[in-house]
Design a protein around this ligand. Structure first.
Ligand code: HEC
Ligand code: HEC
Ligand code: HEC
Ligand code: HEC
Ligand code: HEC
Length: 170
């Protein structure tokens, strides 16, 4: 009897752990794939119609780990005069005048324990669209690939890149 109780307690404990981990995993992998943003910035207009190069705004993509978000001065270079009467541009101007950075909501984010670098990939000729899809065609950025390990490793297999655990787990 005693043994059975202990067994049940132990199973219950591990069961709870498994559920907790699964639950966290669920939340992590199911975060909104196309979150709303503080300003409805349309890539369709800027990267699509105007064909502004991705790295004009995401200036660190080919030289650092993070691609980076553009400083507001860059937006205002155009929006001091363009579409100033629109609601979203009024919002943009308010942030700019208050010298308050915009807290964009992340669409793609890896857990902290993963090592990833844009520079390595961009320099190796892996295009933005291979990982982020056709952003120029998206009115609101939508996550097209869940950043699970299998996704990274399967491209590394195809492209002959390193699959050592220590490559991504430092
Ligand atoms: C090279 C010039 C240029 C730059 C740089 C630029 N924009 Fe624009 N933006 C435009 C043009 C042109 C339009 C289209 C205006 C129209 O519909 O008449 C536009 C449209 C927009 C709109 C849609 C406005 C609406 O409601 O129709 C938003 C929002 C916007 N831009 C935000 C930004 C933000 C934020 C940045 C900086 C990250 C930025 N823009 C950088 C030129 C630029
Ligand atoms: C005029 C500036 C501008 C240009 C050009 C631009 N972007 Fe962006 N990008 C932004 C801003 C501002 C955000 C943050 C708001 C948002 O998510 O829409 C952003 C967000 C993103 C995100 C989501 C980042 C996250 O939170 O995970 C991706 C991916 C992205 N851009 C890729 C691209 C690609 C690929 C191109 C070229 C096809 C491009 N961008 C061109 C300004 C720009
Ligand atoms: C090999 C896949 C891959 C390629 C190629 C790639 N990205 Fe990313 N991108 C990611 C991953 C993974 C993240 C999340 C990184 C993190 O959380 O540290 C990300 C995040 C971002 C972000 C938001 C966070 C940040 O780093 O600033 C932006 C913006 C972005 N990418 C833009 C681009 C642009 C622009 C290009 C092309 C010049 C590009 N990416 C090429 C995989 C890629
Ligand atoms: C679409 C293909 C593709 C995807 C997806 C991809 N990678 Fe890569 N990755 C490459 C290529 C190609 C290289 C080799 C670059 C080189 O030779 O310099 C590379 C190299 C790397 C390196 C450097 C390897 C070294 O030897 O130091 C790291 C770290 C890395 N990737 C992490 C990741 C992580 C983490 C993910 C998933 C979030 C990912 N990659 C997704 C194509 C990809
Ligand atoms: C190309 C990059 C890459 C390589 C190589 C890689 N991993 Fe991962 N790994 C990831 C990413 C990204 C995650 C986080 C996303 C997820 O949970 O799928 C992850 C998550 C994990 C997790 C889950 C951690 C947690 O707490 O959720 C384990 C365990 C793991 N990796 C083990 C390994 C082992 C063992 C190897 C070597 C055989 C390896 N990985 C090689 C990218 C990589």
């Amino acid at each position: 009897m005693r043994k059975t109780l202990v067994a049940i307690a132990v199973l219950g404990y591990f069961g709870a752990c498994v559920l907790l981990v699964a639950g966290l995993g669920y939340v992590w992998h199911r975060s909104d794939p196309a979150p709303g943003q503080p300003i409805a910035f349309p890539h369709t207009v800027h990267a699509g119609q105007l064909q502004i190069p991705c790295t004009y705004c995401h200036i660190f993509a080919d030289r650092a780990r993070s691609a980076g978000a553009p400083p507001l001065e860059k937006c205002m270079g155009c929006h001091k005069t363009i579409a100033v009467e629109r609601e979203e541009i009024r919002k943009l101007t308010r942030y700019y005048e208050a010298k308050e950075p915009i807290e964009w909501v992340r669409v793609y984010a890896l857990p902290d324990f993963i090592y990833f670098s844009h520079k390595r990939h961009v320099k190796a000729g892996v295009e933005c669209s291979m990982c982020h899809g056709d952003v120029a065609g998206m009115k609101r950025v939508r996550r097209v690939n869940e950043l699970i390990m299998g996704w990274c490793v399967s491209c590394h297999r195809v492209r002959g890149a390193s699959r050592d655990c220590a490559t991504c787990h430092k």
